[in-house]
Design a binder for this molecule. Structure first.
Ligand SMILES: [Cu+2]
Length: 631
């Protein structure tokens, strides 16, 4: 299927500039945006005295950038007390890594973590009383036993979120590849690992990201600072540059999770479900249990509001002076592309543009989760201005155009308060950035860049493919057997006779299928809080939310799953109606291997809300083992 010559998101922005302003301005790349002023003590240089640099950058400060090639770049994980950082070329500000479609690149990850106990302190107070069992088939990993928490080892690895590369080393294998800290024994067998990736020529251009994925300590390592943006570039990006459209990368991180590992402090307002076959006095025995669909609604008392940051600067809550916000100064009549990553561990965003009086302004979304808005053929759709706020779950990305406000006025990028359910965290409204137009003469440009040809991407034609199988995947939380003030998390295929238990490293795949298969999954949320369903390697089309079909089924790699409701909301009384989304997905032969899927509220993932899907290459049906997946 050919995409023809549909409008490019970038050229359409340029065309609108022509229509609106008469003069096409390519000035945006040339007119340097006003630089935010870093505080005098900000120094991102990694030194022995300050391994993660020092001071606080100016709000929204530009992030360092690196181009990754086959020659490779090195990311060194360093630690300064309760901070972790990715250091590249001596700079402890995690770089925005740029890669090109159709090329190879490599990243060497060095683990110089010095104090795993500090990671453990962040992951929460509930500690193991007996050692975790090593997982024989995955050196360096430990089982997360129900009723216990993983004791941080300081092992780390690298996941390229959203990347359509195989889950096979030396590419995106998070299940067997890890590196050890610079202290202690080498459980992973290595303190450094060189990943070698090939970016498929038909992968979508856009914003992706990288973060650690050692099951059991993902949340702690991300809260401590480990995440960074990754931009995949190709003809679309070339057109953007040629048009002079200025861009800005914004990363929201979470720096604190008040209930991390502190579930015991939460007051449950509903009684624990009755679990057939599980004795209350059974202590910490890992027990399988059946889903209890009649009594699944727990609420939790919430303690406070978690802290988030934007490009490394704390985001204030409530009224804050403009100087505390990221400064976006856009040349008058100009437009800027904002590429925003929600790298928070569990904070949701609901983005809107407003004027100084709080009136909503239109926002033009051009891409989500690294995929330009496109139809099923892969043809890019023009941005549609909307005043509807834009929900971005943890790990999600959104790219949108912001127009300079009229001279002398201001606009604000805000994230609205989010109702995460009575068991979820409090997410208040916050201002992220103030937007103003900058003055001065603008350079002129007289030619329009050619519209790039948009080729079908890896997931083009997904909607047209026949669905071969439907599955129901359920998300659930239960009080821990024998320890009812703590919660375990579950993600499993709901079917007759289903048995569920929290995911443990080394668990066999929950689902096995053949490459090329196309399926529809209904993902159910049987809890009273939002969850963010994410699957590695593939993007899916979101077809329905709570039974409502979506007009343009977006291509995503993470989706919010609405919380459950029941007669007598916030009650243990049933019947429970789970929140539901329906997605359609396919598994290309080139991505065969063991593909994790999990909740991207990473505390949930760390505590069991994860599973693995094995995609068997059609040519290797006889060998179902991992060893058979060499690319
Ligand atoms: Cu979750």
């Amino acid at each position: 299927m050919e995409g023809g010559n549909p409008p490019s998101i970038f050229s359409s922005a340029v065309l609108r500039l022509i229509r609106n302003g008469g003069l096409l301005c390519a000035c945006l790349a040339l007119a340097a945006p006003a630089r935010a002023v870093d505080s005098p003590d900000f120094d991102p240089q990694s030194t022995p005295a300050a391994p993660c640099g020092s001071g606080t950058p100016a709000p929204g400060h530009p992030l360092p950038e690196l181009r990754a090639t086959a020659a490779g770049l090195t990311l060194t994980v360093r630690q300064d007390g309760n901070r972790l950082c990715y250091v590249a070329n001596g700079n402890a500000d995690a770089p925005v890594i740029r890669v090109r479609v159709g090329t190879d690149f490599s990243i060497t990850l060095n683990n110089e973590i010095t104090d795993p106990d500090a990671i453990d302190a962040v992951s929460g107070p509930a500690k193991l009383t007996t050692p975790n069992e090593p997982v024989p088939e995955s050196a360096g990993f430990y089982r997360v036993i129900p009723g216990m928490r993983h004791h941080a080892t300081g092992a780390t690895n690298l996941h390229l979120h959203g990347f359509a590369v195989p889950p096979v080393k030396p590419q995106d294998d998070v299940l067997t590849v890890c590196t050890d800290p610079s202290v202690g024994t080498a459980g992973c067998g290595q303190r450094s690992f060189t990943y070698r990736f090939h970016v498929p020529a038909n992968m979508s251009e856009g914003l992706y990201w990288y973060h650690p994925h050692v099951h059991g300590e993902v949340q702690a390592q991300m809260l401590m600072g480990l995440s960074g943006a990754l931009l995949v570039e190709g003809p679309q990006e070339d057109a953007r540059r040629a048009a002079g459209l200025q861009e800005r990368v914004l990363i929201v991180r979470q720096t604190q999770d008040l209930d991390a590992g502190k579930t015991s402090a939460a007051a449950m307002t509903a009684a624990p479900p009755i679990r057939p076959g599980v004795s209350v006095s059974s202590g910490l025995t890992p027990a399988a249990t059946q889903i209890d669909t009649a009594h699944e609604l727990l609420c939790a008392m919430n303690s406070g509001i978690d802290a988030i940051s934007l490009n490394g600067t704390p985001v204030p809550v409530g009224d804050a002076p403009d100087t505390a916000l990221a400064q976006l100064r856009i040349p008058a009549s100009g437009v800027e592309l904002v590429r925003l990553l929600n790298a928070a561990t569990d904070a949701f965003l609901d983005l809107a543009l407003v004027d100084a009086a709080g009136n909503t302004l239109p926002l033009e979304v051009v891409a989500r989760d690294g995929s330009p808005l496109s139809d099923d053929s892969g043809a890019v759709l023009p941005p549609a201005p909307t005043e509807q706020s834009q929900f971005v779950p943890p790990s999600g990305r959104i790219e949108f155009l912001v127009h300079a406000p009229p001279a002398g006025t201001k606009a604000y990028l805000v994230t609205r308060a989010v109702d995460t359910g009575c068991a979820g965290d409090r997410v208040p409204e916050r201002r992220l950035a103030v937007i103003e137009s900058s003055e001065g003469p603008l350079p002129l440009r007289t030619t329009v860049p050619p519209t790039p040809r948009v080729e079908p991407n890896l997931f083009s034609g997904l909607l047209a493919r026949p669905t071969e199988r439907q599955r129901v995947i359920a998300m659930a939380e239960y009080p821990r057997p024998g320890s009812y003030d703590q919660i375990d998390f579950y993600l499993f295929e709901r079917k007759a006779g289903a048995v569920l238990k929290p995911y443990m490293m080394g668990d066999k795949p929950a689902i096995t299928l053949r490459a090329g298969t196309t399926e529809e999954w209904v993902i159910e949320n049987w809890t009273n809080e939002l969850h963010a369903f994410h699957i590695h390697q593939v993007h899916f089309r979101l077809l329905e939310v709570d039974g409502q079909p979506l007009e343009q089924a977006p291509l995503l790699d993470v989706v919010n799953v609405p919380y459950a409701t029941a007669t007598g909301y916030h009650s243990k009384e049933g019947p429970v109606r789970p929140g539901r989304v329906r997605i359609k997905l396919t598994f290309p032969e080139t991505l065969a291997g063991d593909i994790p899927f999990h909740c991207h509220l990473v505390d949930h993932e760390d505590n069991g809300m994860m599973a693995v899907l094995r995609v068997l290459p059609r040519s290797h049906l006889a060998s179902a083992g991992r060893a058979g997946f060499s690319p």
